[in-house]
Ligand binder design. Structure first.
Ligand code: SF4
Length: 534
């Protein structure tokens, strides 16, 4: 038994450590951040030596770094949040064609309900798209066990394997039983280059092999202990299929059902077709409860009998948006709502999310806002980070927040559409993540865009991880990408410099080429943590 209760994220991290990883790479993103935080702590405390844990510039570089480790025969874990997988999609999709010897596991945390994300996308689609196995834990114990199993499966099938988490599991705690740690693989470079060189002739062969592995993957799913059937025998009025946390919500409510039912829980995909067919044939009505999008439901509607009655998200029986919970699962089962206390939220004061009091971004936005008001029509695009909160009152400066790096590229598009006074706001870490290539485009086409890099020396939104390169390097990087030195400014994000900062921004907006203003002041939260650590 582990001596402390672990978050779901931490259970994945410990599972990876005990699976004998050689390396772990990731980019911070809620709700996945704590996986790497645990491994970074373990590395600095010298636990289970022989592995490295590193944040990367973005999810794509993280995935590729892990591939390098795997190429050398050692096991590697990659971590990210669901939207990060869009960034890593290129290496992720191609990795399914590689001859994996050192197991590679992607732990990706989805955020149904969008607690801290810009969409609700379901990473299981990516596993299905890449034709690789996906394991979906229901509790912290399974998060630990499945992570260990995922590495074995990866080496058995010579494929990457996905562990799909969701916010409620990532961020809740339970004690777990651990098993004897496994020794890491020896360093052993893959010698057959046809398995790692995706030139068309060899890639076609590899793709045929990937298709050939699907049968074996299906067999493993049929016999997997994570795909289990329980409940009554014979023909039953109700068949229920759950995935992930939906199992917990169903079990909690099933005691109140006054009808016989059979329950198939699926923790490992590809879907166990025979088990599903048997459930369909043995049930008068089928209810599908899955956290996320109706992926399984769509699949089942495809393989079931035409006459089978299937209820789920697509017919509105189960809520389509947001998280499942015991109450909405209860409603989907047709059970009466449980008695609950009357609660009038109208009496509570509204607390919209906002920047910390005294946040440096506020001073940056104030001079941007004043400049925009002075100069007439303008466009301000923003990126992903604490500064996206500037979209809300009282600041209300940025007009767009779409995805990592889009501030700069959208600004370029707006400038080239003919809009004057175009500004892009991006943080230092996001600039390294996805802003660099957008700036290359701006320089190449001499786009009339002023980019404001709000440099607070940290990845503030996810808890204060260190930006990949020190702040002092930022002007050199910008100049190195081709922005002329006279159009690069380093300003203090301080109220006392407000008027001077307005003047600089106004001057650069009049310039018909790319300019960069770096506003510098450390995040207050990071500063506070540093002081209390002393
Ligand atoms: S955490 Fe830092 S950057 Fe984020 S709002 Fe607070 S002070 Fe600003």
């Amino acid at each position: 038994m582990n001596d402390r209760a672990l978050l779901g994220d931490e259970a994945v991290a410990l599972g990876a450590l005990h699976a004998g990883i050689g390396a772990a790479y990731g980019y911070p993103g809620t709700p996945s951040t704590e996986i790497m935080e645990y491994l970074l702590d373990a590395e600095s405390n010298g636990a289970d030596g022989g592995f490295v844990a590193r944040w990367s510039a973005n999810e794509k570089t993280a995935f590729e770094e892990a591939l390098g480790t795997s190429f050398c025969g050692r096991r590697a874990l990659v971590t990210m949040k669901h939207v990060g997988l869009n960034v890593a999609a290129d290496p992720f999709m191609n990795a399914a064609l590689l001859d994996i010897k050192g197991g590679i596991v992607l732990a990706v945390a989805d955020d149904p309900g969008m607690h801290s994300s810009q969409n609700e996308q379901d990473s299981r689609y990516f596993a299905d798209f890449a034709m690789i196995p996906c394991l979906e834990p229901t509790d912290q114990q399974e998060a630990y066990d499945m992570t260990r199993r995922a590495f074995d499966l990866s080496e058995e099938l010579s494929l990457p394997v996905m562990i799909r988490l969701v916010t409620r599991l990532s961020h809740s705690r339970a004690a777990i039983e651990t098993a004897e740690p496994r020794r890491p693989n020896p360093l052993n470079k893959t010698e057959d280059r046809t398995g790692w060189t995706l030139i068309p002739a060899w890639a076609r062969k590899r793709y045929a092999e990937l298709i050939g592995k699907q049968e074996k993957m299906a067999e493993l799913s049929e016999t997997s202990p994570y795909n289990s059937v329980s409940g009554s025998d014979g023909k039953v009025p109700l068949g229920v299929i759950t995935t992930g946390l939906a199992r917990n919500y169903f079990v909690e409510n099933a005691v109140d059902l006054d009808t016989d039912y059979r329950h198939l829980h699926i923790g490992q995909s590809p879907w166990p077709k025979e088990k599903i067919r048997s459930l369909i044939d043995g049930s008068e009505r089928l209810l599908i409860l899955e956290e996320g999008m109706p992926l399984l439901e769509r699949y089942i509607r495809g393989i079931g009998r035409d006459s089978a009655s299937v209820a789920g998200k697509l017919d509105g029986t189960v809520v389509r948006q947001g998280e499942l919970n015991p109450d909405n699962v209860r409603e989907a089962l047709g059970l009466p709502a449980r008695a609950s206390l009357e609660f009038d939220p109208g009496r509570l004061p509204m607390r919209p999310p906002q920047l910390c009091q005294g946040c440096p971004h506020e001073d940056s936005y104030r001079f941007i806002k004043e400049t925009a008001a002075k100069i007439g029509p303008s466009v301000v695009t923003s990126d992903i980070g604490c500064y996206a909160l500037g979209v809300l009152p009282p600041l209300q400066v940025p007009e767009t927040v779409v995805c990592m790096g889009a501030s700069i590229t959208m600004a370029k598009g707006a400038a080239e559409a003919g809009h004057p006074n175009v500004m892009a706001v991006i943080g230092d870490s996001t600039f390294y993540h996805s802003g660099l290539t957008g700036l290359v485009d701006c320089v190449a086409d001499q786009a009339a865009v002023t980019i404001i890099i709000m440099d607070n020396s940290t990845v503030a939104m996810t808890g204060g991880q260190t930006t990949r390169l020190a702040s002092a390097r930022l002007p050199q990087v910008v100049e190195g990408l081709g922005v002329e030195a006279e159009h690069i400014h380093i300003l203090d994000a301080m109220r006392k410099d407000h008027d001077a900062n307005v003047a600089v921004l106004e001057k650069e907006l009049a310039y018909r080429g790319p300019s960069v203003i770096i506003t510098v002041r450390e995040c207050l939260e990071t500063l506070r943590k540093k002081r209390s650590a002393k």
